[in-house]
Design a protein around this ligand. Structure first.
Ligand SMILES: Nc1ncnc2c1ncn2[C@@H]1O[C@H](COP(=O)(O)OP(=O)(O)OP(=O)(O)O)[C@@H](O)[C@H]1O
Length: 256
């Protein structure tokens, strides 16, 4: 396997608080890599650094062999790295399928020049985007709610739709930040199955932060344990669960 994301010696402080401390790890191409760790370990911060939301103080992020340190999220998106976002409030008034249609980065219809001078092309592109959105909706098993307003969907259906939005692009790598939170068991299974299918069928690499250990166990290999802003240990879920350092730092309260 080759490397999709390389995090090299990253450091990040908020004021005097050093949150990420000489943090280095790789996400292999084609993997579903999990990231766990105690509350406050720095998981969301390192995610935000990789996703271009927070600048880092020191270190490097390499994406598919290319240095992308401190690039803004839109440029990372163009390079195939994206993260799921909660459906924004204003998108709640659009149908599920329309939400998916909003995603492609360079829709001709959004460019005034093309709209005026090449209306046929705009029409054609819109039809193709709608077609793709309908395929994605079907793929995710959401066909029955395709015309429902996104704001009316259940928490779990919204999570599936968020995942669907990553499928509208040519994503190489998707960052998932606690997608299981607040999702019921049935939809969680759909979500997990769909992530596995996207990985297997479309070759999408995933980096997943998750507190739900069942989901981590079903999806992720390897699993990285972050503690106090750096990697404590990395391995299969079984290695991790049997590692005394992890038991103390992460499962401490459960193990007691
Ligand atoms: N924007 C910010 N400004 C100041 N401090 C922050 C900011 N974001 C995070 N922190 C601090 O950085 C530390 C790491 O937070 P982070 O959210 O990355 O941890 P986490 O591992 O994702 O935790 P959790 O599992 O609880 O979500 C915490 O002490 C947090 O208070």
């Amino acid at each position: 396997m080759s490397v999709m994301i390389e995090v090299r010696g990253v450091e990040k402080s908020f004021g005097h608080l050093k949150v990420i401390n000489d943090c280095s790890f790789n996400v292999e191409k084609g993997s579903i890599t999990g990231m766990i760790g105690p509350n406050g370990a720095g998981k969301s911060t390192i995610f935000n650094i990789i996703a271009g939301t927070f600048p880092l103080d020191r270190g490097e992020i390499i994406l598919d062999g290319e240095a992308v340190t401190n690039l803004p999220a839109n440029q990372l998106f163009d390079k195939g790295l994206l993260r799921t976002f909660q459906i924004a409030h204003e998108f709640g008034q659009m149908s599920a399928v329309e939400n998916l249609m909003m995603v492609p980065a360079k829709q001709a219809g959004e460019q005034l020049f093309t709209t005026w001078f090449q209306p046929a092309r705009v029409h054609q592109e819109e039809a193709a985007i709608r077609q793709k959105a309908l395929q994605v909706i079907d793929y995710l098993g959401l066909g029955h709610i395709k015309n429902e307003l996104a704001g009316n969907l259940s928490g779990g259906q919204k999570k599936l739709l968020e995942l669907g939005r990553t499928m509208m692009t040519e994503a190489k790598v998707v960052l998932l930040d606690e997608v299981a939170a607040g999702v019921n068991r049935t939809l969680l299974k759909d979500l997990t199955d769909n992530i596995l299918r996207m990985n297997r069928d479309l070759g999408v690499t995933f980096l997943v932060i998750e507190h739900d250990m069942d989901m981590i166990a079903k999806l992720c290999d390897p699993v990285i344990v972050l503690a106090q802003g750096s990697v404590m240990v990395e391995g299969s879920i079984t290695d991790i669960q049997n590692n005394p350092k992890v038991i103390e730092a992460y499962f401490g309260s459960d193990a007691a």
